[in-house]
Design a protein around this ligand. Structure first.
Ligand code: UDP
Length: 328
C-alpha cells in the first residue's frame, strides 16, 4: 500500500524536486504550501493544500484528510542576508511554524519527520570539511532558527518518541534534467541563478560579495549539491526511519568546495561568453568556507551524489535558458 508523505513546503525549490522523486519511488506526496515563495506551477497532478504551518486549522485539514505516514518539512525562510535584516521573520516562520507542525503531528499521531536543516547551523567551522561532530554555533538568525528546530526534534524524540532525520544541506543547486522545474526566487539572491540572469542579459553584472576572505582567490567557498541528490537523500532517510532506526542528523554536501569566481568561470565556460562581475563588500553573516563531509550519510544511508559541478551548472543552464523569467 502506498505511503502518504506530507511535504510541507512542497511547492518550493527543494520541496518540488523531492515531490517528483517521491512519486518515482511509489510514495504519495501530499503537498502543503502557503505559496509565499513556492510556485503553484511546480505542483503537478499531486494532492495539494494551500496553507501555512503557523496555522493549526490548515494543518488539521491535511492530517484529517489523509492518513499521513511521515512528514518532510521544507517550509522556511532561508536567506542568510535577509535573516540579518529581519530576524523576527525567521524565528516566526522557522521556529514558531515548526513548533506548530510538531504539535499538529503529535495531535494526529504522526511520528516520523525528515527536516531540511542547514550547514548554517555550524557557523564558522573550526575544521573543514565539516563533520556532524563540529560545534553548532550559527553566525546568522537563519542558522539559529534551524538549530532551534533541531533541538526541538531532540526533545520531541525523548518526550514523545518522535523519530527524525535532520539533513544539513550545503548549497542546494541545479534543476530537473528536463528543465521542467527549477530554481526561481523573487527577488533572486542566490549565486547560480543570478549568474545565469547575467548570462541571459537580464542583469548587467553579478556583485561578488567580498574578495578579501582567507580563501585561495579571496571569495567565499561553498559546497554545491544538486537538488535531486538532496531529494535522493530524503528518500533514503524516510526508509531509514520506516525501518525503525533511531533519530539522527547527517550532512548533505559533496565534499568539494568552489569559490564564487570558480562558479562564474564554470558558467562562462558552459554558455561560451564572459559574464560581467563587480567586486563589492562582504554580505553580512557569510562564513568564508563551508564544505561538508558526507562520510556519515554515505556509510549509514548508502547515499552518494550523482551530479558533479559541471552537471549542476548544465541542469541550471537548461532551466534558466528555457525559463528565463522563472515560473510564469
Ligand atoms: N554571492 C555573491 N553574489 C551574489 C549572491 C551570492 O557573491 O549575488 C556569494 C555569497 O556571498 C556566498 C555564495 O555566493 O558566498 C553563495 O551564496 P548563496 O546566496 O547562493 O547561498 P548561501 O551560501 O547564502 O546559502
Amino acid at each position: 500500500m502506498t505511503k502518504y508523505i506530507l511535504v510541507a513546503g512542497g511547492a518550493g525549490y527543494i520541496g518540488s524536486h523531492a515531490v517528483r522523486k517521491l512519486k518515482l519511488e511509489g510514495y504519495t506526496p501530499v503537498v502543503f504550501d502557503n505559496l509565499s515563495t513556492g510556485h503553484i506551477q511546480s505542483v503537478e497532478e499531486e494532492i495539494f493544500f494551500e496553507g501555512d504551518v503557523r496555522n493549526e486549522s490548515d494543518l488539521d485539514l491535511v492530517f484529517s484528510s489523509y492518513k499521513i505516514d511521515a512528514v518532510m518539512h521544507f517550509c522556511a525562510n532561508s536567506l542568510v542576508g535577509e535573516s540579518m535584516e529581519k530576524p523576527e521573520l525567521y524565528f516566526d516562520n522557522n521556529v514558531m511554524g515548526g513548533l506548530q507542525l510538531l504539535k499538529s503531528m503529535l495531535k494526529h499521531n504522526v511520528k516520523y519527520i525528515i527536516f531540511s536543516s542547514t550547514c548554517a547551523t555550524y557557523g564558522e567551522p573550526e575544521i573543514v570539511p565539516i563533520t556532524e561532530k563540529e560545534k553548532q554555533l550559527p553566525t546568522n538568525p537563519y542558522g539559529e532558527s534551524k538549530l532551534m528546530f533541531e533541538k526541538m526534534l531532540k526533545w520531541f524524540d525523548i518526550c514523545h518518541g518522535f523519530k527524525s532525520v535532520c539533513l544539513r544541506y550545503f548549497n542546494a543547486s541545479g534543476a530537473d534534467d528536463e528543465g521542467v522545474i527549477g530554481e526561481d526566487h523573487n527577488p533572486e539572491s542566490h549565486l547560480i541563478p543570478i549568474v545565469f540572469q547575467v548570462a541571459n542579459g537580464q542583469r548587467d553584472y553579478i556583485s561578488v560579495f567580498g574578495a578579501d576572505y582567507p580563501t585561495p582567490d579571496g571569495t567565499c567557498v561553498r559546497d554545491y549539491i544538486h537538488v535531486y541528490d538532496l531529494a535522493k537523500a530524503h528518500i533514503l532517510a524516510l526508509k531509514y526511519l520506516f525501518a525503525g532506526n533511531d533519530s539522527d542528523a547527517f550532512n548533505l554536501g559533496s565534499g568539494d568546495g568552489y569559490s564564487v569566481h570558480e562558479i562564474i568561470a564554470n558558467v562562462e565556460k558552459q554558455v561560451g561568453h564572459p559574464i560581467g562581475k563587480k567586486m563589492t563588500d562582504r554580505r553580512a553573516g557569510d562564513p568564508a568556507v563551508l564544505i561538508g563531509s558526507s562520510e556519515k550519510i554515505r556509510e549509514k544511508l548508502g547515499w552518494e551524489p550523482s551530479y558533479n559541478l559541471e552537471n549542476i551548472i548544465k541542469t541550471a543552464n537548461k532551466w534558466h535558458s528555457t525559463n528565463p523569467d522563472g515560473y510564469v
